[in-house]
Design a protein around this ligand. Structure first.
Ligand SMILES: NC(=O)C1=CN([C@@H]2O[C@H](COP(=O)(O)OP(=O)(O)OC[C@H]3O[C@@H](n4cnc5c(N)ncnc54)[C@H](O)[C@@H]3O)[C@@H](O)[C@H]2O)C=CC1
Ligand SMILES: O=P(O)(O)OC[C@H]1O[C@](O)(CO)[C@@H](O)[C@@H]1O
Length: 384
């Protein structure tokens, strides 16, 4: 079985590629970084280091790689002959992957290659659905019909913290031991991919919202507050009671909303929150707040981890008091090395916090959430 995986980065090697290889797939990574591709091709194996008390390393074998910039024809052939396609490139990069994927899928359809599933493993709602839209936008009506019946784009939720890599080995990836990969089985075409460790569900929404609005909301709130207070890592930030109080408050708010919307058992959800806080505290992880807070414009998107739950909970009469502080903290994120943070700060200078929220997420300045965020923003800027 051949799996073609776009993005040989942290999640690609440290999570998706590792699980696919363990499940018996030969994994062909596709990336644009020449040295990385060459090294994978030379070694055909790497190690995943589990960041826990004991020093465990797992061997990942039967891997190879292709460079989509220098050998696009080979990537197209690989997609045409694959048993599974996955991505972990970043939500904003899906549009760059789409053209070569389209060519591979068209070749497959020409060759009557049979059903195939394409799973986008990105931190976003509807990642595979977006990829399908991008891919089919360039296809004829006939090709679109064939894609509908033969190529599945099941949406997925992926959860594993893979921090910046500090090791000396080019391929080894250090990861937290925990992982969760949930796939919407309704989107699958043909045989359900036999991936060990994947949970197939009939409705992904409760799972992806629970994950995005707990793990990612909490991580973002912690990172942005930590950044303002001068902490370097999530682990340092969460040890500060003023950060952990706001973080816990925000997760209790999103928790109330998730329990109400999806009918989770409140005690189970509380356990889920505690587990996540423990994962953030993992003393073996040193996860920079700048990595977790990266791309603030994306994270301040209307449906993403901050405004997404805040807007939905206000519609239900739940007040995002702590979450609004987290959103205000996101507006203060000014990491000079992050192009989105630089752009964000330029917008705030020009249009103020309310105008910026309107421009990024289309929220009217008179929305009650904006009043709360502005209040939080003023206090954070004054250092109170
Ligand atoms: N790091 C983490 O803990 C988690 C990340 N994610 C999601 O996984 C995705 C990837 O994140 P990371 O692995 O952390 O990022 P990363 O930056 O480590 O990896 C991304 C990889 O994609 C490659 N890439 C960029 N453009 C490409 C293209 N056009 N074609 C092929 N490859 C391309 C990059 O060279 C890089 O190797 C993101 O959507 C992220 O939100 C999800 C859960 C956890
Ligand atoms: O990968 P993104 O969306 O930029 O955000 C970083 C987030 O993803 C994770 O890497 C894993 O879900 C978290 O560490 C963090 O919440």
């Amino acid at each position: 079985m051949l799996a073609v995986h776009f993005g040989a980065g942290n999640i690609g090697r440290g999570f998706i590629g590792a699980l696919l290889s363990r499940s018996g797939y030969e994994v062909c990574f596709v990336d644009i970084q020449g040295r990385l591709v060459e090294t994978i091709r030379e070694r055909r194996a790497y190690k995943v280091h589990l960041l826990e008390e004991e020093d465990n390393r797992i061997d990942v074998n039967h891997v190879t790689a292709l460079n989509s910039r220098t050998e696009p024809e080979r990537v197209i052939e690989a997609v045409a002959g694959a048993d599974l396609v996955t991505t972990a490139v970043g939500p904003s990069v899906l549009k760059s992957v789409a053209p070569i994927l389209t060519d591979g899928l068209c070749l497959r359809l020409e060759k009557d290659g049979g059903p195939l599933n394409v799973i986008a493993c990105e931190n976003m709602l509807g990642g595979s659905s977006l990829l399908k839209k991008l891919v089919t936008s360039e296809m004829t009506e006939e090709e679109c019909r064939e894609v509908d019946s033969l190529i599945g784009f099941p949406d997925a939720a992926v959860d594993r913290i893979v921090p910046e890599q500090k090791g000396t080995d080019r391929l080894e990836v250090a990861v937290e031991p925990f992982y969760e990969w949930v796939v919407d089985v309704r989107g699958v075409r043909g045989t359900v991919p036999p991936i060990q460790g994947v949970t197939y569900v009939k409705d992904l929404t409760p799972y992806i919202e629970r994950k995005l609005f707990t793990v990612n909301t909490g991580h973002a709130v912690c990172a942005y507050l930590g950044y303002i207070m001068g902490y370097g890592t999530v682990q340092e930030a969460i040890a500060d009671p003023s950060v952990s109080e706001t973080l816990r408050g925000a997760l209790e708010e999103t928790g109330e909303f998730l329990v109400q919307k999806h009918g989770f058992d409140p005690r189970d959800h509380q356990k889920y929150i505690e587990e996540i806080l423990n994962r953030f505290r993992n003393p073996h992880l040193k996860d920079p707040v700048t990595r977790v807070g990266r791309s603030p414009l994306r994270k301040l998107g209307r449906e993403d981890r901050l405004l997404g739950p805040a807007l939905q909970m206000m519609d239900r009469g739940i007040q995002p008091n702590h979450l609004a502080v987290g959103i205000a903290a996101a507006l203060c994120f000014d990491d000079p090395a992050d192009p989105e943070a630089v752009k964000l700060q330029r917008m705030i200078k020009r249009e103020g916090p309310a105008g910026t929220l309107q421009a990024i997420a289309g929220i009217a300045p008179e929305h009650p959430l904006v009043r709360r965020v502005r209040e939080g923003y003023r206090k954070l800027r004054q250092g109170t």
